[in-house]
Design a protein around this ligand. Structure first.
Ligand code: SIN
Ligand code: FE2
Length: 220
């Protein structure tokens, strides 16, 4: 186990203030994570959501936790129920919560209590364009992002869209945490390259844990 912490490509340094890159941090939780992911996606299947502008996202998504991030023609927002089934999202598994709290703590954010876990599935070619995470009511809390499966290049920019993003290589088990002065940094994911991951096959899974707070009443 121990040596695996060093198999991930090192992040370019220095990282902006408020950002931590924890190579291999989630590997200790790997087996439990994969098992919980299978259960969650059976109860709330991955689906391609539509942006408010009407474009279908290349990333397929689902959620677990009290609040789930959704997008449709009405806007981006958090919802307590899966709009596909009308049922509450699957509960946030204790192991995922513990991983997120441990990663946030390691990054210097004590007291993180996630209430939302967005699960993104990237097949080769899928990408996420630069955006800010700003649908959360609570912006004091950091964002914890766990990467599994195929590698990807995480684009981490500044507080304006024009800031040239850093390119952080993310591998299976890597965790990135950002908050404080970087909480509203622009970020995205470059198109995922073809490949086969030994545990997850031709896909990258990303868990984004957040403290969303109250769901917004008004869609943007
Ligand atoms: C996101 O910004 O929601 C996704 C980030 C990722 O997939 O690494
Ligand atoms: Fe994001």
């Amino acid at each position: 186990m121990e040596h695996e912490l060093f198999t991930s490509a090192a992040a370019p340094l220095p990282l902006p203030a408020g950002v931590a890159y924890l190579a291999g941090f989630a590997l200790a939780w790997e087996e439990a994570l994969l098992e919980r992911l299978a259960r969650i996606s059976a109860a709330a299947p991955f689906r391609h959501m539509v942006t408010p502008g009407g474009r279908m996202m290349s990333v397929a998504m689902t959620n677990c936790g009290a609040l789930g991030w959704i997008s449709d023609r009405r806007g981006y927002r958090y919802a307590q129920r899966d709009p596909e089934s009308g049922k509450p999202w699957p509960a946030l598994p204790a192991v995922i919560r513990e991983l997120a709290i441990a990663a946030a703590g390691e990054a210097g954010y004590a007291g993180f209590e996630p209430d939302a876990c967005l699960i993104n599935r990237y097949t080769p070619g899928a990408r996420m364009s630069l955006h800010q995470d700003r649908d959360e009511h609570d912006r004091a809390a950091p964002i914890v992002s766990v990467s599994l499966g195929l590698p990807a290049v995480f684009l981490f920019g500044g507080l304006t869209r024009r800031d040239r993003p850093l390119r952080l290589p993310l591998a299976h088990g890597d965790v990135v945490v950002w908050g404080g002065p970087a909480r509203l940094a622009y970020h995205g994911v470059a198109p995922v390259a073809d490949g086969q991951h030994p545990k997850l096959g031709p896909q990258r899974i990303n868990l984004t844990l957040r403290r969303a707070g109250l769901p917004k009443i008004n869609a943007r």
